[in-house]
Design a binder for this molecule. Structure first.
Ligand SMILES: *Cc1c(COP(=O)(O)O)cnc(C)c1O
Length: 401
C-alpha cells in the first residue's frame, strides 16, 4: 500500500469537513512544546483545548496509564473497578458533594445532568416542571440536549428541532434571570467562567440572586466546569471564586489526563435520582482513563499547579496590559488563572495564523477573542515567549508589513 500522506489534501478526502485543522501533524511533545512530523517545535498555548494540564510527556501520567493498561483496559460498569472508586472518592472529597457518575466526554456529562435534572424535577413537583435553562453565550456541548442549551446559530443551524422546554437567560442580567426562572424550572446550567463564549466570568451578584431564586422555586443549579475546572483558574472548581454552591458539577476536558473521561458529581439532593438501569454507558469510567485522572489530579496537587496557574496567569495579564498600552488593537483582557481571553479589533483568526508562523499555537473563539488555555505547568518565562511574539505581531500589523 502507498504510504498515506498526513496533509490537508488527504484530510479533505478522508474526513467529514467539520474541523478546521492546523497544518501540523504532531508526533510527540515535551512540557509545553509539541513537535510536528518535520521536527518543528511549537509553544502550545491551547493544550488540546484545555485538556493537557500537565503538558506533554509527564512521566507520572504515562506510567499510570501504562501500568493500568497492562493490568486491565476495559471491563464495563458490570464490575467494580478500583481506579474508578479512587477517582470518585477524590472528586467527592474535592467538591464536598456526594455521588459520582462517569461518562466519556463533556457533552455526555451535560446530557446525564439534563436527564437527572428532569427526573429529579418530575419526582419533586408537577409534570410541568421540566424546563432547563442556560446562559446566553454559553457552550455546553454538541449532542442534542447539550446543543439545545447552547442555542447559538453557529452550533444549532440546520439541526432543529431542538430539545423542547429549554431556554436562555441573558448573561449576568439579574432582571432577565428573575423574569425567566419559575416553578417550571428544573435546572439552570452555568459556566462560572464561560470558555468558548470568550472567557467571561459570571458575576457574584448574579450567582447570589440565582441561589435565592433556587430557594424560592426549587430548581437545581448545574455548574459546567468542563473547561474552567480541574485547577485552571487557580482553584479546583472555578465556581469556588464565587458564592455558588451547585447541586451538580460536570467535569471533563483535563479530567482524564488526555484520555476520554467526564464526571457528573451531585449533591445529596440528587443522590437517589438515578435508579438501576435509568442511565448508563459502556465505556464511562474506563479504568485506564480513571488511573490517568488520578495521576493527573495528584500531579496538580504535588506540583502546586493551581498556584502556578495563578502566578503565571497574573504575569500574563500584567504583560498583556503593557501590550495594550502600546497596541490599540487590544480592547480588553480577561484572565482567570490560565484561562485568558484577549478581545481584539479584528478577527482573532489573523493572530492565530500570524502566531503559527512564529511557532506559537493560540486559539480564536467568539470571532474577536484570542483564547489561551495553556498547560498548567507553563512558567512565566515560557509565557513570555508567547507575549513577545504577539507584541511583534501587533507591531508589524500597525507598521503594515
Ligand atoms: C468542551 C466543553 C464541553 C463539551 O465537551 P466535549 O468533551 O467536547 O463534549 C461542554 N462544556 C464546556 C464548558 C466545554 O468547554
Amino acid at each position: 500500500m502507498k504510504q498515506l500522506s498526513v496533509n490537508p489534501e488527504s484530510e479533505q478526502n478522508l474526513f467529514f469537513h467539520n474541523y478546521s485543522r492546523l497544518p501540523i501533524a504532531p508526533t510527540h511533545g515535551k512540557g509545553v512544546w509539541i513537535v510536528g512530523d518535520d521536527g518543528t517545535r511549537y509553544l502550545d498555548m491551547i493544550a488540546g483545548i484545555g485538556v493537557n494540564a500537565l503538558g506533554y510527556g509527564d512521566s507520572r501520567l504515562e506510567k499510570a496509564i501504562a501500568e493500568q493498561a497492562k493490568k486491565l483496559i476495559h471491563t464495563s460498569n458490570l464490575f467494580m473497578l478500583r481506579p474508578q472508586f479512587e477517582l470518585a472518592a477524590k472528586l467527592i472529597e474535592l467538591s464536598g458533594l456526594s455521588k459520582v457518575f462517569f461518562a466519556n466526554s463533556g457533552t455526555e456529562a451535560i446530557e446525564a445532568a439534563i436527564k437527572m435534572a428532569r427526573k429529579w424535577a418530575a419526582g419533586n413537583d408537577s409534570a410541568a416542571k421540566n424546563e432547563v435553562l442556560s446562559l446566553s453565550n454559553c457552550f455546553h456541548g454538541r449532542t442534542y440536549g447539550a446543543m439545545s442549551l447552547t442555542a447559538k446559530p453557529q452550533y444549532v443551524g440546520g439541526f432543529e428541532p431542538l430539545l423542547p422546554s429549554t431556554g436562555m437567560i441573558a448573561f449576568n442580567d439579574i432582571e432577565d434571570l428573575e423574569k425567566r426562572v419559575s416553578k417550571r424550572t428544573a435546572a439552570v446550567f452555568i459556566e462560572a467562567v464561560q470558555g468558548e463564549g470568550g472567557i467571561h466570568r459570571v458575576s457574584s451578584g448574579f450567582i447570589s440572586r440565582l441561589m435565592e431564586l433556587r430557594e424560592e422555586y426549587g430548581f437545581l443549579i448545574v455548574a459546567d466546569e468542563i473547561q474552567a475546572g480541574c485547577g485552571r483558574t487557580g482553584k479546583f472548581f472555578s465556581y469556588d471564586h464565587t458564592p455558588l454552591q451547585p447541586d451538580m458539577v460536570c467535569l471533563a476536558k483535563p479530567l482524564g489526563g488526555g484520555l476520554p473521561l467526564a464526571a457528573v458529581i451531585g449533591s445529596e439532593k440528587v443522590a437517589d435520582v438515578l435508579t438501576y438501569g435509568s442511565h448508563g454507558t459502556t465505556f464511562g469510567g474506563n479504568p485506564v482513563a480513571c488511573a490517568a485522572g488520578l495521576a493527573m489530579i495528584e500531579a496538580i496537587m504535588d506540583d502546586r499547579l493551581m498556584e502556578n496557574a495563578l502566578n503565571t496567569g497574573d504575569h500574563m495579564r500584567r504583560q498583556f496590559e503593557l501590550l495594550a498600552e502600546k497596541h490599540p488593537q487590544i480592547r480588553e483582557i480577561r484572565q482567570y488563572g490560565l484561562m485568558i481571553g484577549v478581545t481584539v479589533e479584528r478577527e482573532a483568526k489573523y493572530y492565530v495564523e500570524s502566531a503559527l508562523k512564529r511557532h506559537i499555537l493560540i486559539n480564536a473563539t467568539s470571532q474577536n477573542v484570542i483564547r489561551l488555555l495553556p498547560p498548567l505547568i507553563l512558567t512565566p518565562e515560557e509565557a513570555q515567549q508567547c507575549i513577545n511574539a504577539l507584541d511583534e505581531i501587533f507591531t508589524e500589523e500597525t507598521a503594515g508589513t
